[in-house]
Design a protein around this ligand. Structure first.
Ligand code: MG
Length: 156
């Protein structure tokens, strides 16, 4: 078994969609980024690549490349899964933590788990997504942005 951790941050911005774990969340602000800025999926991809010792998404999908402008992070996730399976790994489980002061994410957690499980090709009971605030502290607390952590276990 191989374990990997991923972490990412994106800044809140006006006139952007808020996409988390492939789910479009209705909110007055979205996340800024070259792709769709799905911070949770970015952390997850880095966790998978980390477990396989294959670097990170910045190396795989450079944001200097116009090809990835507005990219659907769920499709990038499927490419990451294909890459690690070529190397003989399969995803055992994933645990994602999204840190956001707002909006309330509880109503979307079920659908997020399903989206991620589908892209990983595993059952929903192997995917956990949770959301927390930082009690109004720091950059998430002041609504400057959203951060996400992910840990993944790969089977060799
Ligand atoms: Mg990112």
């Amino acid at each position: 078994m191989r374990i990997g951790h991923g972490y990412d941050v994106h800044r809140f911005a006006a006139e952007r969609r808020l996409v988390l774990c492939g789910e479009v969340i209705p909110y007055e602000l979205g996340l800024l980024g070259h792709s769709d800025a799905d911070v949770a999926v970015h952390a997850l991809m880095d966790a998978i690549l980390g477990a396989a010792a294959l670097g990170d998404i910045g190396r795989l999908f450079p944001d200097s490349d116009p090809k990835y402008e507005g990219a659907d992070s769920m499709l990038l996730l499927e490419r990451v899964v294909a890459l690690v399976s070529e190397k003989g790994f399969s995803v055992s489980n994933a645990d994602i933590t999204i840190i956001a002061q707002r909006p309330k994410l509880a109503p979307y957690i079920g659908q997020m788990r399903e989206n991620i499980a589908k892209s990983l090709g595993i059952s929903t009971d192997r995917v956990n997504v949770k959301a927390t605030t930082e009690e109004g502290l720091g950059f998430t607390g002041s609504l400057e942005g959203v951060s996400a952590h992910a840990v993944v276990l790969l089977n060799e």
